[in-house]
Write a protein that binds this ligand. Structure first.
Ligand code: NAD
Ligand code: FES
Length: 284
């Protein structure tokens, strides 16, 4: 059993949990993810790693309650435990293979959308610890959905918060804030975008004209997470790739986002039905 040692609500439907998983905490690297099963009959839910502490032997996960399984997970409290926490899975971010000389002073722009802020955090932490300069744009629908703002502000060089409705920071989407920075004389060597698929698609369309290398992290459907089932199949540069073992990070300019979004929505009718059953007390 993987015991929960901390639980914090970051927003109405977004929860952070710190979970005891010593081997995973020692091995985790920025860019990787894990799969959680709350009980023996539970669904396998892929989650991004928000932080890890090898000394304490804990990993932090951030869960948005979007369906029956994530709601069930968020009902767990400190002292409870998950049946399985498997990971770290996927390929770590490419920048961790760069030397200290290469990273020193290299300018990164991170674009985080909603819950996508969680996986951005360990990447920014790593880059700052290795001498890079990091600006972060963090977007949310409104002020109540902004997460990890103080922690991110304490880490990065400049934090640009934006909300769709203007209830905090810049009024507009992350793409508008990025344009403002790039046309306003801010220069970067690389960009990383993590958030909803539609956001990553439009970030790619926006940044392309600035010739800024872009990495995105694809949150596809996943089942086994080990390259066997094909659930996470995406097309990148015209080739079939499995996000769980070859990703989740890819060159943002060559991802077929429309196909990825279609595949993401494949089981939505079943998810809605399952959610409805749980609402009526007929679920698992
Ligand atoms: P959201 O829908 O509130 O969007 C967050 C921000 O993204 C918006 O405020 C806006 O600035 C930007 N955005 C959205 N649509 C855009 C568009 N068309 N053009 C430009 N910018 C746009 O975010 P949410 O509800 O927190 O999103 C949750 C989604 O993020 C889920 O689908 C979840 O699976 C995904 N997610 C992805 C990852 C990943 O690794 N890619 C990690 C965690 C969560
Ligand atoms: Fe099954 Fe990737 S999740 S192959």
């Amino acid at each position: 059993m993987f015991r929960i040692v901390e639980k914090e609500w970051l927003a109405d439907n977004i929860c952070r949990m710190s979970v005891e998983a010593p081997r995973l905490a020692k091995a985790a690297k920025p860019g990787q993810f894990l799969i959680v099963r709350d009980n023996e009959r539970g669904e396998r839910v892929p989650l991004t790693i928000c932080d890890y502490d090898p000394q304490a032997g804990t990993v932090d996960i951030v869960i948005q309650t979007i369906g029956a399984s994530t709601k069930e997970m968020c009902s767990y409290n400190v002292g409870d435990g998950f049946a399985d926490v498997v990971g770290p899975l996927g390929v770590p971010s490419e920048f961790i293979s760069k030397s200290a000389e290469e990273l020193k002073g290299r300018r990164y722009l991170f674009i985080a959308g909603g819950v996508g802020t969680a996986p951005v955090y360990p990447q920014v932490k790593w880059l700052k610890a290795h001498g890079a300069s990091v600006d972060v744009i963090m977007g949310a629908k409104n002020v109540s959905l902004i997460i990890l703002e103080d922690r991110m502000k304490a880490l990065c060089d400049n934090l640009y918060v934006c909300t769709d409705d203007g209830s905090a920071g810049f009024k507009g989407m992350v793409t508008a804030q990025a344009e403002e920075l790039l046309t306003g004389g801010h220069a970067y060597d690389e960009a990383v975008a993590i958030g909803p698929m539609i956001m990553m698609k439009f970030v790619a369309l926006t940044l392309k004209k600035y010739s800024l290398p872009l990495t995105v992290s694809l949150n596809t459907l996943m089942v086994d997470g080990t390259g066997m089932c094909g659930a996470c199949r995406v097309t990148v540069g015209g080739k079939t790739r499995f996000a769980c073992v070859e990703g989740p990070e890819f060159d943002g300019y060559v991802v077929d986002y429309d196909e990825a979004m279609r595949r993401q929505g494949m089981y939505r009718p079943q998810e809605i039905e399952e959610d409805h059953k749980c609402h009526l007390g007929l679920g698992k």
